[in-house]
Ligand binder design. Sequence first.
Ligand code: SF4
Ligand code: SF4
Length: 127
Amino acid sequence: MLIKISSELAKKVFEISGQNVYACYQCGKCSAGCPVVNEMDLLPNQVIHLVQIGDERVLNCKAIWICAACFTCSVRCPRDVDLAKVMEALRLLTLRKGIYKLDLRRIENVEEYPQIALIAATRKYTG
Ligand code: SF4
Ligand code: SF4
């Protein structure tokens, strides 16, 4: 099936993730299965919708950073949209602007955290 990618944001997401957000028909199964949805300011299907309409305000939402990349949404999607990859692409678009979400110097009692947690956080929240 050929689906036209019509927003600039959707094109950027496609280039990074290989995912065409216009395949999504907003069934909401991704949001229904997301284990951290209660912490999000936008539901995962709402994130997809904003990308579909090219609304770059999605880059400022908390949801893309709360996403734990667990892939539950990706396996539930009846349209084979890998939403975890879309979330990652949106994070990368933000990080590539030099907007980092973590400053290790501002973490209190940093020595109390496992090193692997700090490394994982650095990879996710900084460019
Ligand atoms: S499960 Fe797939 S088709 Fe349904 S809303 Fe989520 S991304 Fe869209
Ligand atoms: S990959 Fe992210 S958005 Fe998808 S179910 Fe997991 S935490 Fe939720």
